[in-house]
Design a protein around this ligand. Structure first.
Ligand SMILES: [Zn+2]
Ligand SMILES: [Zn+2]
Length: 115
């Protein structure tokens, strides 16, 4: 009878621990991931790629050339002269030197601080 009670208590104990672990698991997981990332020195913004997609050209590396009224008129004029339609004029992105990526600001800041 005593043995049964003890194992019952142990069962309750294990059940309670399992319940606690299950409830705490997501929190614990994110906590570990966060602390791990911090320990590894990984960047929250770029995942340590040191690069992020260029916000100016959306990572394409080139942007559509100015769509002001005058250039549209010129384009229309030349299009009416030519038989084949021109491809959309693109110009290289100056922000990322048409790479489509820019250095992660968070990483460059962190590097500046640590060095
Ligand atoms: Zn760009
Ligand atoms: Zn970064």
């Amino acid at each position: 009878m005593e043995n049964l009670t003890a194992s019952e208590i142990a069962g309750f104990g294990v059940g309670a621990v399992l319940l606690c672990v299950t409830l705490a698991a997501p929190k614990l997981d994110s906590f570990i991931a966060l602390s791990q990332r911090r320990t590894l020195g990984m960047c929250k913004r770029c995942g340590d790629l040191k690069m992020i997609a260029c916000s100016n050209c959306k990572g394409i590396g080139s942007i559509r050339k100015g769509s002001n009224f005058f250039s549209n008129m010129v384009d229309d004029f030349y299009e009416s002269m030519e038989d084949t339609p021109k491809p959309t004029p693109m110009e290289p992105c100056v922000k990322c030197q048409s790479k489509g990526r820019t250095a992660c600001p968070e990483c460059s800041v962190a590097r500046r601080v640590t060095q």
